[in-house]
Design a protein around this ligand. Sequence first.
Ligand code: BTN
Length: 237
Amino acid sequence: MIIGSKIYRFDEIDSTNEYAKSLIKQAPEGTIVLADRQTAGKGRLGKSWYSPDGGLWMSVILHPPQIALISVITGIAICESLSCYGVLAFIKWPNDILLNGKKIAGILTEIIGNVVILGIGINLNIRTFPEELKDYASSVFLETKKHLGKKMIYQTLCTELNYVYMLLKNKEVPHILMKWRNYTTMLGRDVIIELPDKKMMTGRVLDIANNGSLIIRLPTGKVERILAGECQLKLVK
Ligand code: BTN
Protein backbone atom coordinates (compact mmCIF):
# COMPACT_ATOMS: atom_id res chain seq x y z
CA MET A 1 0.00 0.00 0.00
CA ILE A 2 1.40 3.43 -0.96
CA ILE A 3 -0.63 5.41 1.59
CA GLY A 4 1.11 5.08 4.97
CA SER A 5 4.44 3.88 3.52
CA LYS A 6 5.98 5.84 6.41
CA ILE A 7 4.20 7.44 9.38
CA TYR A 8 5.20 10.34 11.64
CA ARG A 9 2.92 10.64 14.67
CA PHE A 10 2.73 13.56 17.12
CA ASP A 11 0.64 14.37 20.17
CA GLU A 12 0.81 18.05 19.24
CA ILE A 13 2.17 19.92 16.23
CA ASP A 14 1.63 23.33 14.65
CA SER A 15 0.29 21.92 11.37
CA THR A 16 0.71 18.46 9.87
CA ASN A 17 0.82 20.08 6.41
CA GLU A 18 3.74 22.29 7.46
CA TYR A 19 5.64 19.34 8.92
CA ALA A 20 4.95 17.26 5.80
CA LYS A 21 6.38 20.10 3.68
CA SER A 22 9.63 19.93 5.61
CA LEU A 23 9.89 16.22 4.70
CA ILE A 24 9.29 16.27 0.97
CA LYS A 25 12.96 15.91 -0.03
CA GLN A 26 13.53 12.69 1.91
CA ALA A 27 10.07 11.16 2.44
CA PRO A 28 8.75 8.37 0.20
CA GLU A 29 5.41 8.82 -1.53
CA GLY A 30 2.53 8.01 0.79
CA THR A 31 4.28 9.30 3.93
CA ILE A 32 1.73 10.37 6.53
CA VAL A 33 2.05 13.00 9.24
CA LEU A 34 -0.56 12.51 11.96
CA ALA A 35 -1.25 14.54 15.11
CA ASP A 36 -3.73 14.44 18.00
CA ARG A 37 -4.03 18.23 17.95
CA GLN A 38 -2.68 21.16 15.96
CA THR A 39 -1.82 24.55 17.40
CA ALA A 40 -1.84 26.29 14.00
CA GLY A 41 -4.04 24.11 11.80
CA LYS A 42 -4.48 25.60 8.34
CA GLY A 43 -7.70 25.73 6.32
CA ARG A 44 -8.37 26.77 2.74
CA LEU A 45 -8.19 30.40 1.62
CA GLY A 46 -5.71 31.32 4.37
CA LYS A 47 -8.17 30.50 7.17
CA SER A 48 -7.19 28.70 10.35
CA TRP A 49 -8.54 25.24 11.14
CA TYR A 50 -9.83 24.43 14.63
CA SER A 51 -7.89 21.26 15.56
CA PRO A 52 -8.34 20.16 19.20
CA ASP A 53 -8.07 16.61 20.55
CA GLY A 54 -10.83 14.37 19.21
CA GLY A 55 -10.35 15.11 15.50
CA LEU A 56 -8.38 13.25 12.87
CA TRP A 57 -5.66 15.59 11.55
CA MET A 58 -3.30 14.22 8.95
CA SER A 59 -1.27 15.04 5.86
CA VAL A 60 -0.13 12.72 3.09
CA ILE A 61 2.77 13.30 0.70
CA LEU A 62 1.76 12.33 -2.84
CA HIS A 63 3.29 12.37 -6.32
CA PRO A 64 0.05 12.23 -8.34
CA PRO A 65 -0.13 11.93 -12.11
CA GLN A 66 -2.83 14.59 -12.11
CA ILE A 67 -3.30 17.22 -9.44
CA ALA A 68 -6.81 18.29 -10.39
CA LEU A 69 -8.66 15.25 -9.03
CA ILE A 70 -6.84 14.96 -5.70
CA SER A 71 -9.56 16.73 -3.72
CA VAL A 72 -12.22 14.73 -5.55
CA ILE A 73 -10.68 11.36 -4.65
CA THR A 74 -10.05 12.48 -1.08
CA GLY A 75 -13.67 13.53 -0.62
CA ILE A 76 -14.73 10.12 -1.89
CA ALA A 77 -12.32 8.34 0.49
CA ILE A 78 -13.61 10.31 3.50
CA CYS A 79 -17.27 9.61 2.64
CA GLU A 80 -16.61 5.92 1.92
CA SER A 81 -14.76 5.55 5.24
CA LEU A 82 -17.57 7.13 7.26
CA SER A 83 -20.23 5.17 5.39
CA CYS A 84 -18.51 1.92 6.48
CA TYR A 85 -19.73 2.86 9.98
CA GLY A 86 -23.20 4.01 8.98
CA VAL A 87 -22.43 7.72 8.71
CA LEU A 88 -23.72 9.26 5.47
CA ALA A 89 -21.74 12.36 4.68
CA PHE A 90 -21.79 14.31 1.41
CA ILE A 91 -19.28 16.18 -0.71
CA LYS A 92 -19.78 19.88 -1.32
CA TRP A 93 -17.50 20.90 -4.16
CA PRO A 94 -14.67 21.60 -4.03
CA ASN A 95 -13.37 20.53 -0.63
CA ASP A 96 -16.04 20.30 2.04
CA ILE A 97 -17.61 17.25 3.60
CA LEU A 98 -21.04 17.88 5.09
CA LEU A 99 -23.20 15.97 7.50
CA ASN A 100 -26.74 17.25 8.16
CA GLY A 101 -25.72 20.37 6.22
CA LYS A 102 -22.79 21.17 8.51
CA LYS A 103 -19.10 20.87 7.70
CA ILE A 104 -17.49 17.91 9.45
CA ALA A 105 -14.33 17.56 7.36
CA GLY A 106 -12.11 19.59 5.06
CA ILE A 107 -9.34 18.99 2.55
CA LEU A 108 -6.35 21.27 1.95
CA THR A 109 -4.07 20.48 -0.98
CA GLU A 110 -0.78 22.33 -1.24
CA ILE A 111 1.34 21.89 -4.36
CA ILE A 112 5.13 22.11 -4.29
CA GLY A 113 6.61 21.33 -7.71
CA ASN A 114 5.13 17.96 -8.60
CA VAL A 115 4.52 16.97 -4.99
CA VAL A 116 1.15 17.39 -3.31
CA ILE A 117 0.73 17.78 0.44
CA LEU A 118 -2.76 16.49 1.03
CA GLY A 119 -4.17 17.73 4.34
CA ILE A 120 -7.24 16.03 5.74
CA GLY A 121 -9.16 17.19 8.79
CA ILE A 122 -12.12 15.21 10.12
CA ASN A 123 -14.06 16.57 13.09
CA LEU A 124 -14.72 13.16 14.54
CA ASN A 125 -15.36 13.35 18.27
CA ILE A 126 -15.17 17.08 18.96
CA ARG A 127 -17.85 18.03 21.50
CA THR A 128 -17.79 21.82 21.37
CA PHE A 129 -16.89 24.45 18.80
CA PRO A 130 -16.03 28.11 19.26
CA GLU A 131 -19.08 30.38 18.95
CA GLU A 132 -17.98 31.76 15.56
CA LEU A 133 -17.89 28.25 13.99
CA LYS A 134 -21.03 26.78 15.54
CA ASP A 135 -23.41 27.78 12.74
CA TYR A 136 -21.67 25.85 10.01
CA ALA A 137 -19.15 23.46 11.60
CA SER A 138 -19.91 20.30 13.51
CA SER A 139 -18.50 16.86 14.26
CA VAL A 140 -19.52 13.30 13.51
CA PHE A 141 -20.21 12.83 17.22
CA LEU A 142 -22.43 15.90 17.54
CA GLU A 143 -24.42 15.03 14.43
CA THR A 144 -24.87 11.28 15.03
CA LYS A 145 -24.12 10.70 18.75
CA LYS A 146 -21.76 7.97 17.51
CA HIS A 147 -18.24 7.85 18.90
CA LEU A 148 -16.14 6.40 16.07
CA GLY A 149 -12.64 5.40 17.15
CA LYS A 150 -10.01 7.62 15.63
CA LYS A 151 -7.62 4.76 14.94
CA MET A 152 -10.35 2.77 13.21
CA ILE A 153 -11.32 5.70 10.96
CA TYR A 154 -7.67 6.45 10.24
CA GLN A 155 -7.05 2.87 9.12
CA THR A 156 -10.20 2.73 7.01
CA LEU A 157 -9.37 6.10 5.48
CA CYS A 158 -5.86 4.94 4.51
CA THR A 159 -7.32 1.86 2.80
CA GLU A 160 -10.01 3.86 0.97
CA LEU A 161 -7.57 6.60 -0.02
CA ASN A 162 -5.13 4.03 -1.33
CA TYR A 163 -7.93 2.48 -3.43
CA VAL A 164 -9.05 5.74 -5.04
CA TYR A 165 -5.46 6.92 -5.45
CA MET A 166 -4.77 3.75 -7.44
CA LEU A 167 -7.81 4.54 -9.61
CA LEU A 168 -6.24 7.94 -10.26
CA LYS A 169 -2.80 6.45 -11.00
CA ASN A 170 -4.47 4.02 -13.41
CA LYS A 171 -6.35 6.91 -15.06
CA GLU A 172 -9.75 5.40 -14.23
CA VAL A 173 -11.38 8.82 -14.26
CA PRO A 174 -14.96 7.74 -15.19
CA HIS A 175 -14.94 5.35 -12.19
CA ILE A 176 -13.80 8.19 -9.90
CA LEU A 177 -16.45 10.59 -11.20
CA MET A 178 -19.16 7.95 -10.77
CA LYS A 179 -18.18 7.56 -7.13
CA TRP A 180 -18.15 11.35 -6.65
CA ARG A 181 -21.70 11.59 -8.04
CA ASN A 182 -22.81 9.04 -5.40
CA TYR A 183 -21.56 11.27 -2.62
CA THR A 184 -22.71 14.67 -3.69
CA THR A 185 -26.04 16.36 -3.22
CA MET A 186 -25.08 19.13 -5.60
CA LEU A 187 -26.28 17.79 -8.93
CA GLY A 188 -29.22 19.86 -10.14
CA ARG A 189 -28.83 22.35 -7.26
CA ASP A 190 -28.60 26.10 -7.70
CA VAL A 191 -25.36 27.59 -6.42
CA ILE A 192 -23.65 30.92 -5.95
CA ILE A 193 -19.92 30.81 -6.60
CA GLU A 194 -17.43 33.44 -5.53
CA LEU A 195 -14.58 33.42 -8.04
CA PRO A 196 -10.94 34.18 -7.15
CA ASP A 197 -11.40 37.77 -8.44
CA LYS A 198 -14.36 38.10 -5.99
CA LYS A 199 -16.90 38.14 -8.84
CA MET A 200 -20.09 36.24 -8.04
CA MET A 201 -21.63 33.74 -10.42
CA THR A 202 -24.93 31.89 -10.07
CA GLY A 203 -25.95 28.75 -11.87
CA ARG A 204 -27.27 25.21 -11.69
CA VAL A 205 -24.84 22.32 -11.19
CA LEU A 206 -24.89 19.91 -14.14
CA ASP A 207 -21.92 17.65 -13.42
CA ILE A 208 -18.23 17.41 -12.61
CA ALA A 209 -15.68 17.33 -15.45
CA ASN A 210 -12.69 15.02 -15.97
CA ASN A 211 -10.36 17.62 -14.48
CA GLY A 212 -12.50 18.12 -11.36
CA SER A 213 -14.01 21.41 -12.48
CA LEU A 214 -17.69 22.00 -11.80
CA ILE A 215 -19.98 22.23 -14.83
CA ILE A 216 -22.78 24.73 -14.28
CA ARG A 217 -25.52 26.24 -16.42
CA LEU A 218 -25.81 30.00 -16.05
CA PRO A 219 -29.22 31.71 -16.03
CA THR A 220 -28.45 32.75 -19.65
CA GLY A 221 -28.28 29.08 -20.65
CA LYS A 222 -24.52 29.21 -21.21
CA VAL A 223 -22.59 26.26 -19.75
CA GLU A 224 -19.42 27.11 -17.80
CA ARG A 225 -16.70 25.03 -16.17
CA ILE A 226 -15.40 26.37 -12.88
CA LEU A 227 -11.96 25.29 -11.69
CA ALA A 228 -11.79 24.75 -7.93
CA GLY A 229 -8.77 27.00 -7.25
CA GLU A 230 -9.71 29.68 -4.78
CA CYS A 231 -13.47 29.44 -5.31
CA GLN A 232 -16.08 29.48 -2.57
CA LEU A 233 -19.50 28.05 -3.15
CA LYS A 234 -22.88 28.48 -1.49
CA LEU A 235 -25.82 26.18 -2.11
CA VAL A 236 -29.06 28.06 -2.71
CA LYS A 237 -31.82 26.53 -0.56
C1 BTN B 1 -10.63 23.48 4.78
O1 BTN B 1 -10.50 24.68 4.98
O2 BTN B 1 -11.72 22.97 4.56
C2 BTN B 1 -9.42 22.57 4.81
C3 BTN B 1 -9.08 22.10 6.19
C4 BTN B 1 -7.89 21.17 6.24
C5 BTN B 1 -7.47 20.87 7.65
C6 BTN B 1 -6.39 19.82 7.71
S1 BTN B 1 -6.13 19.21 9.32
C7 BTN B 1 -4.69 18.39 8.79
C8 BTN B 1 -3.98 19.27 7.80
N1 BTN B 1 -3.06 20.17 8.47
C9 BTN B 1 -3.45 21.42 8.40
O3 BTN B 1 -2.85 22.39 8.92
N2 BTN B 1 -4.59 21.53 7.70
C10 BTN B 1 -5.02 20.23 7.21
